[in-house]
Design a protein around this ligand. Structure first.
Ligand code: SF4
Length: 310
């Protein structure tokens, strides 16, 4: 099947990056809440990737457009600061290892001043790679991996079909950090529903503590039509928590997690209220903010539903 260039979905911190697709979809396309579960993994031909890198170089270094490249390449290049590259898509670390290494080597050859490369990765992608392979990727400037943890509760992970356990996520985090790669993780408030909320919070705080990432982001569950979880919700098999309950979950996760030095935020557009800070330093300040909003319970202080995004 011909490779179809994916739409740009990227972490907020990659807003200035060049978006280079290596894959489309996600290798673990089973998670019941995720739009990627509706897609299949696509692997882009390495020569095609290299041609795009060559075209990037021609444009950046010589101001020349290369025939045959899609318009989007030049649209991204016009905004690019030349420093960072984000590998698409849902888990570009699933790209076959020798090809991934070659793609990064080619990128570094053409852009020796590149600062860093980033990618989404599932815990399974990381566990599949040896410590030496991860180090070799780090040497080619793969400096940060974004990993969806979603929950630390094995029961929630089983229900959402994440295909990975709490302990495996901790193991994956250790491997990433051993290789000297920064780790940024996300967890999802409300993913345990009303029934599983308590364990979801306790185990998510525990997995975050054990993973001890450099960055952690909390998202709030947003149901996507067409996904299995959406259907479960329609049938009454899954009950959403309220916006203030999601803030209570956030507060307890901040309270119960222990980090060495982690930038923690709920700035993502899916959240009802944004906090951010470096933990442990800003823990009291962040908890005070959440306590204040939870004691007032004023809906006007929350992001309106129509302004929430995925
Ligand atoms: S949540 Fe992550 S692992 Fe699961 S389907 Fe979506 S992109 Fe893939």
């Amino acid at each position: 099947m011909p490779f179809v260039r994916p739409e740009i979905i990227r972490p907020p911190s990659e807003h200035a990056s060049y978006y280079l697709p290596l894959t489309s979809g996600c290798s673990n396309n089973s998670c019941t809440f995720c739009a990627f579960s509706l897609t299949n993994l696509g692997i882009r031909d390495l020569e095609d990737v290299k041609r795009e890198i060559d075209a990037m170089s021609m444009y950046v270094h010589h101001g020349m457009w290369v025939a045959g490249q899609p318009q989007i390449v030049y649209a991204i290049l016009q905004e690019w600061d030349g420093r960072r590259v984000f590998l698409q898509d849902g888990d570009a670390l699933a790209y076959p290892y020798p090809k991934l290494l070659e793609a990064l080597q080619h990128l570094n050859q053409k852009f020796p001043r590149l600062q860093r490369v980033a990618s989404y990765a599932t815990p399974q992608d990381v566990l599949r790679r040896s410590p030496e392979e991860l180090k070799a990727l780090k040497e080619q400037k793969l400096d940060i991996l974004y990993m969806g943890v979603e929950s630390g509760d094995d029961e929630v992970l089983r229900k959402i079909k994440k295909n990975v356990t709490h302990d495996q996520m901790v193991e994956a985090a250790k491997k990433v950090k051993m290789a000297g790669i920064l780790l940024s993780v996300t967890v999802i408030l409300g993913l345990g529903g009303t029934h599983g909320s308590k364990m979801h919070v306790a185990e998510t705080a525990r997995v975050l503590t054990e993973m001890d990432p450099d960055f952690a982001g909390a998202l709030t569950l947003t149901l996507v039509p067409g996904t299995q979880l959406y259907e479960e919700w329609e049938k009454g098999e899954f009950e959403l928590i309220t916006p203030f309950e999601s803030l209570q979950e956030l507060k307890e996760i901040v309270e119960k997690s222990t980090f060495t030095n982690c930038f923690f935020s709920s700035m993502h557009a899916s959240n009802y209220y944004a906090i951010r800070g470096t933990l442990p330093r800003d823990k009291n300040k962040m908890l005070s903010q959440l306590n204040a909003i939870l004691s007032r319970k004023d809906p006007h202080l929350l992001r309106p539903e129509f302004m929430r995004g995925l």
